[in-house]
Ligand binder design. Sequence first.
Ligand SMILES: [Zn+2]
Length: 256
Amino acid sequence: MNIIDTHTHIFEPEFDNDIADVIDRAQRAGVEKILLPNIDMDSISRLHNLSAAYPGYCLPMMGLHPTSVTSGWEQDLAEMKKLFATRKYIAVGEIGMDLYWDKSFAEEQRLAFEEQLRWSVEFNLPVSIHSREAIPEVIDSIKRIGQSELRGVFHSFGGTVDQLHDILSLGGFYLGINGVVTYKNSGLKDVLTHTNLSHIVVETDAPYLSPVPYRGKRNETAYTVQIIEKLADIYNVSPEEVGEVTSRNARKLFGL
Ligand SMILES: [Zn+2]
């Protein structure tokens, strides 16, 4: 099968003891590329090390995650922006807004997000967007910076049917679908029947959000297979076709 994991954090310490096995299982499952969104200043060296260990296979993004936007965010962004001159990143990520846990930095999150959207225009790179409880706010920011110049993924999409249409009408954005789609109580399956595979890319968001039957355990890239099987179910096509179409979407978006 043909698979691209478009959003995973397997550079995190959870994988220190068995990263070679994690990569080996991904390769045997048919994963052809693994895309790695950065989180904060502390994760950068781990991100770079994993990308250097598997060049051309594990591809890094650079950006500041919205839940890591705290008092030193302007300094963090200044440091991160300099890095784009030193190496190739596949995208700006993980960026966005998260109004679920803590709204005290909501305004700073918006400013940091919009600054990083401008990087995406400046460097002509796609974005990997985190939009928890914040899809309308994120869409407003995209429109403010310039929707025709921006492209990317709404990673871990979990919105309503209306939000799905709002995202797709931006023009250049895909829905990142992960293990949540396999959960019994998730309404995501029904929402996804309002679109088709041409707007979807697959991701794990490991170590979080493991698909059934691994729910609650550490997630890893090889479990993209369970997500693809669920999508095959929803759209009544073969898993191979899901892999084919979603990988083609990812290659096009990320220029792979
Ligand atoms: Zn993530």
